[in-house]
Design a protein around this ligand. Structure first.
Ligand code: SAM
Ligand code: SF4
Ligand code: SF4
Length: 383
């Protein structure tokens, strides 16, 4: 396999990351202490709960539409406190996420960066909506509880009427989640409504791709600007896939991905789908990382290797220490530097879970793999 770090998709993402880092420091913030997300994004959950970031998880609620409007929660005391942590450079709420996942540095988020004087505890209308409207799903993944959440909470009264007037016209981005977005009427309703008043809004849609690309879906996608389609595929082995993404059929998903690639060519230049593949590493699938990276890059799909923390029964962190070390050893022995770099969200929590002395040894070892890689790269460049 060719070096993943030399793939144009990865090279582009690394360049964007550098730009994001520059943007953060030019505004006088520290790269390990700032995140734009709570200043621009609101997330609406299937039970009416409102938050500011999907990475904080469904549990991190700042209020509920049963008691307050989304505007009240958006600039409520909890939201202002969270933003203040970033403005003062002392993040508490997101300390762990920043350390382990660096989610604050997401280059895609960085593209929305605002001038410093616009970043305040109390913000104007959200520029980004994470729409997690309904739990309904066609799968019951072992690590997910979203499919158990309610449906049909969002009504004219508690959301649509006020959003139509005050939210949809201002949005720069929509991050569409839900249980499975492509089987839900609310997804197509949102596409119809937003595309009418705000056709330049950019959409990111996270999907299990466990459906057939039919004319209704194509018609919906044709109406919107797509920032990216995030495909959630947690195994390339049909049996493991079915266990994790119960009772899923891997063949169905892989066929849909090929159909989407074909559809992408029909959309034409400048309207690409920018597909990412979200691979959630857990006890059943950690050994598949190289295969997944290879599958993605050979199809021009960006591999996004993420780590399952909860539920703990599926997390590598609840394996005994010998097994965690065995997995780390196996990564260091079998993965190239490029594959290791793309797996940093897995390596960080695994290494942090070890004794201090072992942490130092693994970090030294990783550094030496990196140095060797850089030396070889220099040799390549000179020949
Ligand atoms: C809840 S799903 C909704 C969208 C769609 N049904 C799908 O699977 O892509 C959104 C994302 O959450 C991820 N996810 C599910 N359970 C998770 C967990 N326990 N930890 C981290 N991510 C999780 C999925 O892999 C998916 O990428
Ligand atoms: S640091 Fe991560 S978890 Fe916290 S708000 Fe930013 S993206 Fe969300
Ligand atoms: S497909 Fe998505 S929403 Fe459905 S159960 Fe799996 S992770 Fe959860």
């Amino acid at each position: 396999m060719t070096d993943p770090l030399l793939h144009p998709l990865i090279a582009k993402r690394r360049a964007e990351l550098q730009l994001n880092l520059q943007n953060i420091s030019q505004r006088g913030f520290h790269k390990e202490k700032f995140c734009l997300m709570p200043f621009v994004n609101i997330i609406l959950e299937p039970n009416g709960s409102v938050g500011l970031c999907r990475h904080k998880g469904t549990e991190h609620s700042l209020g509920n539409l049963k008691q307050n409007t989304w505007q009240e929660i958006w600039n409520g005391p909890e939201a202002q406190r969270w933003r203040q942590e970033f403005l003062s450079g002392e993040p508490v709420t997101c300390k762990k996420e920043i350390k382990d996942q660096h989610c604050n540095l997401c280059p895609e988020l960085g593209k929305m960066m605002l001038p410093k004087k616009q970043l305040r505890e109390s913000m104007g209308t959200p520029l980004r909506l994470t729409a997690n409207f309904n739990g309904r799903c066609n799968l019951q993944c072992q690590m997910c509880d979203v499919w158990k959440l309610p449906n049909d909470f969002y009504t004219e009264e508690n959301f649509w009427a006020s959003a139509r007037e005050h939210l949809f016209p201002q949005l720069k981005e929509i991050d569409m989640l839900s249980g499975e977005p492509f089987i839900q009427a609310d997804t197509f309703k949102l596409i119809d409504e937003v595309s009418l008043v705000n056709p330049s809004c950019k959409w990111s849609i996270t999907t299990n791709a466990h459906w057939k690309l039919n004319q209704k879906i194509i018609d919906g996608l044709n109406k919107i600007e797509i920032k990216n389609i995030i495909l959630s595929v947690d195994s390339l082995d049909p049996n493991i896939y079915k266990k994790i993404r119960y009772p899923g059929n891997l063949e169905r998903v892989l066929a849909t991905i090929e159909d989407l690639r074909e559809y992408e060519t029909q959309r034409g230049k400048g309207r690409e789908l920018n597909m990412n593949l979200n691979f959630l590493v857990q006890k059943d699938n950690w050994h598949e990382i190289p295969e997944v990276i290879d599958y993605c890059l050979s199809r021009n799909i960006h591999p996004f290797i993420t780590f399952c923390y909860i539920p703990s029964e599926h997390s590598l962190l609840t394996l005994d220490i010998k097994m965690r070390e065995k997995i780390l050893r196996s990564f260091l022995k079998n993965l190239t530097w490029g594959e290791l770099a793309l797996s940093h969200r897995i390596l960080n929590p695994l290494i942090s879970s070890l004794a201090k002395i072992d942490q130092s040894n693994y970090l030294l070892e990783l550094n030496s793999i990196k140095e060797n890689y850089e030396k070889n790269d220099e040799i390549k460049a000179t020949t």
